[in-house]
Write a protein that binds this ligand. Structure first.
Ligand code: ATP
Ligand code: MG
Length: 351
């Protein structure tokens, strides 16, 4: 069925990210509810056609762990990608609403993401490249699926023209410029799982407070700290990387009015993570990821040992030591999660 923009009616906004915005829509000829993502592409018509051709590949992806694809079309200057609508939304939205997610559910999330990644890589040699809570979706049937994977090299390039594809879920080796591999996705999964279990983004002040302060890379040495609230992804604007901005003195920052801070944030175009009136630049966060020990599922003992061990395995800083998604499907915690009787559908009915 050929999808055309005229055949959709908007039902509601589902959210917006750096690449575009997503709406719940109805495809009226077929009465199908879908999620329609609109991405503004500033490229030549030939490039847009190429992107559309590459996106068609998603028609070949069939897995219960992958969002299904209805089609993509050009609504110049936008490209629209129509996919399965997941009525419980993404896991970042869920934990922001209900708080930390029970570790048994997190185990089901880990299992589903590993299955999805293994399917994409083994069947199609696709690396996801953007695993994070906002790209893991849930529905009221209790299904957990991943979306927004890197099928179209041209699409990745077109978005990278305006943004460096840098996010805080990025692995140390990627920050240092190495190629993407399936193991980079495993790192991002580890960070995401801690975020779900803790109900907050894992790189935070409280973490650095417990460390030795006599350390060059200690967060407290910086202008400010990360928000204790989940920060999500942060994109770097190329123009902002140029000469690094000298960091502001803490006292100076404290003296600024809220209005001034907001203005400054706007000016920095999302380069800084901001929370509690303090900021830490994305570059400092990236440096922290590279130089400091990886975050862990803490406090020790609160969670099953096998979960702690699994997260540690995802967050091995050396990609050569880190296992692939397929290897990790055989991990004790994942095998336990597979046979666990926890009812994701019942859980999803509580929010
Ligand atoms: P980024 O652009 O950095 O990847 P993001 O993933 O939050 O961030 P989008 O991919 O544009 O940005 O998605 C915006 C929001 O729309 C998501 O956070 C999610 O809650 C919602 N969403 C995306 N796809 C679907 C879908 N298929 N069904 C239901 N909700 C969806
Ligand atoms: Mg997304």
């Amino acid at each position: 069925f050929e999808l055309r923009n005229e055949d959709f009616v908007d039902l509601r906004d589902l959210g917006a990210g750096n690449g575009g915005s997503v709406k719940k829509v109805e495809h009226t000829p077929t009465k199908t509810i879908m999620a329609k993502k609109t991405v503004l592409i500033d490229a030549k018509p030939s490039v847009k056609k190429q992107i559309l051709r590459e996106l068609q590949f998603m028609h070949n992806c069939h897995s219960r762990y992958i969002i299904s694809f209805h089609g993509a079309f050009l609504a110049d200057p936008n490209i629209c990608i129509c996919m399965e609508f997941m009525d419980k939304g993404s896991l970042d939205g869920i934990y922001k609403k209900i708080g930390p997610i029970d570790i048994d559910i997190v185990g089901k999330v880990a299992l589903s993401v590993l299955e999805g990644l293994t399917y994409l890589y083994d069947e199609h040699r696709i690396i996801h490249r953007d695993i994070k809570p906002s790209n893991i979706l849930c529905n009221s049937r209790g299904e957990i699926k991943i979306c927004d994977f890197g099928v179209s090299g041209e699409l990745i390039n077109s978005i990278a023209d305006t943004f460096v594809g840098t996010s805080t879920y990025m692995s140390p080796e990627r920050i240092q410029g190495a190629q993407y591999t399936v193991k980079s996705d495993v790192w991002s999964l580890g960070i995401s799982l801690i975020e779900l279990a803790l109900g907050r983004f894992p790189f935070s002040q409280s973490e650095s407070d417990s460390e030795d302060s006599d350390n060059d890379s200690d967060l407290s040495d910086y202008e400010g700290t990360l928000s204790p609230r989940p920060a999500g992804s942060v994109q770097l604007d190329l123009a902002e990387i140029g000469p690094l901005r000298p960091r502001r003195k803490k006292s100076e920052a404290g003296a600024k009015s809220d209005k001034a801070k907001k203005k400054e944030k706007r000016k920095s175009k999302g380069v800084s993570l901001q929370g509690g009136g303090m900021t830490m630049s994305i570059l400092e966060l990236l440096q922290h990821i590279v130089n400091e020990p990886a975050p862990r599922l803490t406090p020790e003992g609160r969670y099953p040992k096998s979960a702690e061990v699994f997260i540690d395995a995802c967050l091995l800083k050396d990609p050569d030591e880190r296992q692939t998604p397929k290897d990790l499907l055989r991990h004790e915690w994942i095998e336990n999660s597979r046979f666990s009787s926890v009812d994701v559908q019942a859980w999803a009915s509580t929010f």
